[in-house]
Design a protein around this ligand. Structure first.
Ligand code: AN0
Ligand code: CP
Length: 319
């Protein structure tokens, strides 16, 4: 594998899952693979899980790790070409990227949508510049439109907990005080559409996602109806995708907060969220603390998804 930004990069999902369960049994099985290899993790945005689980994954594989927070101690980077750099950004990404590439073998990048220009975000301008100019394999640690390490961990988790071959998985929008990217819901939809699960998306009108991510999923505007008989509830907030309202918040309607009321009509569904989660906005204390909440094992699987991905990128280096 040369880069990892979306589900297609992983190829056959069953094989990837088999590899994930093999690694979960013995995390250090490939500890020789990364000897004297360096992973560089570049963060344009904050992180708890991605930072820790990806670093752990790299050490499982015997790698050295360098972490750079662009907004804490590094020069602020200009990302657009052609700009007269007389503002507050002393360095251009077009020099910074090849310099970073010179010090490592693999690069992980976190760079969220900035919500200023939908085309800029949806063309994945920042991570694509890393792919083009670093000379190194690059993987997404959440880019503008996708969060594939999260979705892979979500898939591993559903495979572990499902009680039937074809579970009903429902992704629900839930309220949040600040505008959040569509990366997590886009990506989750992309990965669910690559399985044969029954997949339903529910959200208030106006929160339609990019149709290329929705694919053949069923969209149901009535949240209670969507929840009926569900085996997994996947909650997430996202800001508006469509039209002039791109990046805005239309509703903070706490009727959409996942509570015992909605969970009661499910098939005793498991509750999932990528975290960080705002309690009593996205989900009530009762639901997230219930035995059906699997948010912690879900987060723990981030180490497994990252180990599989970095292992495959290391194997790609050898070719
Ligand atoms: C980010 C988001 O919604 O994309 C990261 C989630 C993994 N969440 C926040 O910024 C709160
Ligand atoms: N789920 C997730 O990616 O969490 P962080 O933003 O803390 O890395």
């Amino acid at each position: 594998m040369r880069n990892f930004t979306c589900v297609q990069d992983l190829g056959n999902l069953q094989e990837a899952l088999a590899e994930a369960f093999e690694i979960k049994k013995d995390r250090f099985k490939y500890v020789e693979l990364g000897r004297n290899k360096t992973l560089m993790m570049i963060f344009f945005n904050s992180s708890l899980r991605t930072r820790l689980s990806t670093q752990k994954a790299a050490t499982n594989l015997g790698m050295n790790v360098i972490v750079l927070d662009i907004n804490q101690g590094a020069w602020k980077l200009e990302t657009e070409r052609g700009v007269i750099m007389d503002g507050d950004k002393p360095e251009h990404i077009l020099e910074a990227i090849p310099v970073m590439g010179a010090y490592c073998d693999i690069i992980g990048v976190r760079s969220f949508a900035n919500f200023e220009d939908r085309d800029y975000d949806y063309q994945e301008t920042v991570i694509n510049q890393f792919i083009k100019y670093s000379g190194r394999p690059v993987f997404s640690m959440e880019a503008a439109t996708r969060h594939p390490l999260q979705s892979f961990a979500d898939l591993i988790t559903i495979e572990e907990y499902k009680k039937k071959d074809r579970p009903k998985v429902v992704m629900t929008w839930a309220p949040h005080p600040r505008a959040l990217p569509q990366a997590v819901p886009n990506s989750f939809a992309e990965w669910m559409n690559a399985t044969d699960y029954e997949f339903v998306i529910t959200h208030p009108e106006g929160y339609e996602l990019d149709p290329s991510f929705v694919g053949n999923a069923k969209v149901e505007y009535d949240q209670m109806k969507a929840f009926e008989g569900a085996d997994f509830i996947y909650a997430k907030n996202w800001a508006v995708y469509s039209g002039d309202n791109y990046g805005r918040i239309l509703s903070k309607d706490r009727d959409w907060t996942v509570s015992d009321r909605q969970m009661a009509v499910t098939n005793n569904a498991y509750f999932m969220h990528c975290l960080p989660v705002r309690r009593n906005m996205i989900v009530t204390d009762e639901v997230i603390e219930s035995p059906q909440s699997i948010v912690i094992p879900e987060a723990a699987n981030r180490e497994i998804s990252a180990t599989v991905v970095i292992k495959r990128l290391l194997e790609g280096l050898e070719k």
